[in-house]
Design a protein around this ligand. Structure first.
Ligand SMILES: *Cc1c(COP(=O)(O)O)cnc(C)c1O
Length: 384
């Protein structure tokens, strides 16, 4: 892309802030290893870029969801010392390819265990893996009966070099939820059954629950990317979950128009102007991941001579455009070309997500492909 002065919005991704978040989470559990979850293309921010930045900072263990994601990440991080885990386990029939790429699946079913063990025997070498035991999520992982059968008959793991056992918390973002303690207790009991193996329990929010949840390997995702992993209902503790800002989405005003009282703005003519209003149009829409649910709800920040001014989204979000009520600014302070922040730069990711009726996870992973992405690191700006 050589045409750099168009109306395309810019997604600034601050890799230094990402690394700072990873270091901060690791420092909360100094005896544990801090891994990084980079599934869904690094929560929408680019798994290869995120992975390389964290690897440079010392991260040696990554988690993705799919086998395809793992194979792609291995291309970006070829160092054999860098461990890449597949949370969904090895794709049936694809085990040999995954082993050849030095990937370490998380085994969640008796069938996956049997297939990985059979491949190890066939190759006549030990294949690394982790074991996922369900403790209350009822989504992935061995059931109690299945885990019990494996613990009672270690022969099922023949040829498998088990690195750790793991489980996943259902309610870590709500620190007072009783399931957190129950899952920690159940997991501690399973670790006894699988003596000498390391354990991994905490996602981002789990790290904030305390030492009983830390175990040996941390698995943060969302907090690395700057979202607050703790729910607003966590009360004063919510504040402790504030992370360094990684994402700043910035677009430009295309046009500003005066709209008279009684006129409407946008599709459906649902937004009726009650007093003379200045409407600014910018080139970001739902095709760019700004949910249609933000119609008449979300806000933006315009940085003008009056400082940061928060303005509301007026009318419906359309595919490629949104309209803002900029009546709070003087026209000379928001001419076409004025930069507008939609995420970051004064607009909290979690707050904008909540306005859309969703969570930071979904907002990030929906960010579209049309942005010009600028990755910032201490040494350079990498324009992609
Ligand atoms: C996605 C995921 C994580 C990371 O969770 P965050 O809430 O983003 O920190 C950790 N473990 C498992 C099993 C996951 O699926």
């Amino acid at each position: 892309m050589t045409f750099t002065s168009g109306d395309q919005a810019i997604l600034h991704i601050d890799l230094d802030a990402l690394v700072a978040n990873w270091r901060r989470l690791g420092a909360m559990a100094p005896q544990a290893e801090c891994a990084a979850v980079v599934k869904a293309d690094g929560y929408g921010l680019g798994a290869a870029k995120v992975g390389k930045a964290l690897q440079t900072a010392g991260c040696r263990r990554f988690f993705v969801a799919h086998s395809e994601e793992a194979l792609a990440l291995r291309q970006a991080l070829p160092d054999p010392q860098t461990v890449i885990h597949i949370l969904h386990g090895p794709t049936a029939g694809g085990e040999a390819e995954l082993a050849a790429a030095n990937l370490t699946p998380v085994l969640s079913t008796p069938g996956q265990i049997a297939a990985w063990s059979a491949l190890a025997k066939r190759l006549d070498r030990r294949l690394p893996a982790a074991l996922h035991i369900d403790t209350g999520m009822n989504r992935l992982g061995l059931t109690d009966a299945e885990a019990d059968a494996v613990a009672a008959d270690p022969g099922r793991l023949d040829g498998i070099a088990l690195e750790f056992v793991m489980t996943h918390l259902a309610c870590a973002d709500e620190p007072d939820h009783p399931l957190n303690k129950q899952q920690a207790d159940r997991f501690a009991a399973w670790r006894q059954r699988f003596a000498n193996l390391k354990g991994s329990l905490a996602n981002s929010a789990g790290i904030f629950l305390g030492t009983d949840w830390h175990h040996d390997i941390l698995r943060p995702g969302i907090a690395l990317y700057g979202a607050n992993p703790l729910a607003p209902s966590a009360g004063p503790r919510h504040e402790t979950g504030k992370m360094a800002e990684v994402v700043h989405l910035q677009g430009k005003i295309l046009q500003v128009r005066s709209v008279d009282r009684g006129m409407t703005v946008g599709y459906g003519a649902g937004y009726i102007v009650e007093k003379p209003t200045q409407i600014a149009t910018m080139a970001v829409g739902y095709a760019d991941g700004l949910s249609r649910a933000l119609s008449g709800r979300g806000s933006a920040i315009i940085k003008g001579r009056q400082g940061h001014v928060r303005v509301p989204i007026a009318g419906r979000v359309s595919m490629d455009l949104i309209t803002l009520d900029v009546s709070a600014l003087r026209p000379e302070d928001c001419p076409p070309g004025t930069p507008v922040s939609l995420l970051g730069g004064g607009i909290d990711l979690d707050e904008q997500a909540a306005q859309a009726g969703t969570i930071g996870y979904e907002l990030l992973t929906q960010l579209g492909k049309r942005y010009r992405r600028i990755y910032k690191t201490r040494d350079m700006e990498d324009r992609a």
